[in-house]
Ligand binder design. Sequence first.
Ligand SMILES: NC(=O)c1ccc[n+]([C@@H]2O[C@H](COP(=O)([O-])OP(=O)(O)OC[C@H]3O[C@@H](n4cnc5c(N)ncnc54)[C@H](O)[C@@H]3O)[C@@H](O)[C@H]2O)c1
Length: 385
Amino acid sequence: MSKMKVAVIGCGMIARTQHIQHYHDNDKAAIKMLVDPLEERARSLAAEFNVPHTSADYRAILEDDEIEAVSICTPNDTHAPIAIDCLNAGKHVLCEKPAALNMEQVREMQAAANRNGRILNIGVVNRYAAGVNRIKDMIEGGELGRVYHVYCSFRSHRSIPGLGGPFTTKSKSGGGVLIDWGVHFLDLIFYSLGQPGARTVSGEIYGELAKDMKAYAYVNMWAGPPNYNGTYDVEDFVTGLVRTTGPTISLNGAWAQNIGGIRDVRGVSGRQGRRQARLRQRRLQSIRRQGRHAAGDEPVVRQDGQVRLGDRRFPALRSFGHQGPCEYRSGHDHVRSHGRPLSFRRARERSNAVIQSLLSHGCESMAFFLTNWKPSNSVLVAAQF
Ligand SMILES: NC(=O)c1ccc[n+]([C@@H]2O[C@H](COP(=O)([O-])OP(=O)(O)OC[C@H]3O[C@@H](n4cnc5c(N)ncnc54)[C@H](O)[C@@H]3O)[C@@H](O)[C@H]2O)c1
């Protein structure tokens, strides 16, 4: 079978580290074009990965009949218009998360995919993680009994990305930590639970820690550096409760909380800390088996991700890791077989609807956080035997 010709639109961090690399390593795909308005970026990656064409404008792809599929790796506000144009031109689309700025745009994207008979897949790559699928299998196989609640936490210690840039400007990003990280976690939960319907959503979002942008002390400014003349109008913390037709879900997510200790904040302000990288490691872990253990047993999450509960040991079930290549392989196979990739539409609509409900609250309330970080990035499934 001939190699599938693909193009990658946007040549920043995620394109360089994931999409381009994995297409390059995939013997069923060949990258024909790289696109970025900063064309030098595209040219330099084209030289590195032996890609024959570059362009500053994605519309060059629309005229190229040889290109079957595209990856969209651009800022959130451009996902919908670029995806719709590509779908209308007959291309299959793998679009980075979040799908778009809001549900209305997501529906328009899906309508374009349906109209043109093309696959639109959103990069919720963690569905390909072994740990996630292990939990899903355990739930489906009844190993956990009745799952009645999911605790979800994705919190980091003072790590707002690119303060003042696109990540913190709502018109460009659609929201803060909820749309940036929450989209992964909510997606995994709905996926693992077999897509229950969302009945009610309540919650609150807060943009507090960087209200005074110049006074904000940080340990990590990924997607930085800060632009103090820019905008910060998104949430750095979200809390919520979702009632579904299955379990309830409680969630707490933060780009920035005081969960690493005030002293650390002062000590390493403005520097990238190795310790912090560990704190930000995201894990999906821990099955809490009620009824089989002495009262008071709590899951202990070790630094390597292993979970201990009483005398039981659960292996490290990392949600982020080597799933990237699987997503690209699966994308290729589904395009060729006209099947549906794992992260197909219905699921995404559910988690997106929840996100939209939570984001419709304002960023008006005041809050101050001082909590212990462990286990700061976790999804706990509570089940009854
Ligand atoms: N799946 C994940 O876990 C994950 C991780 C990181 C980022 N992302 C998503 O990937 C997207 C990009 O993030 P990033 O961190 O790579 O950002 P980035 O800023 O490093 O790169 C974005 C690139 O897009 C280019 N660009 C902007 N407008 C464009 C247009 N109209 N046409 C073509 N290129 C354009 C920019 O010049 C830049 O090079 C975001 O939506 C982000 O949410 C997903």
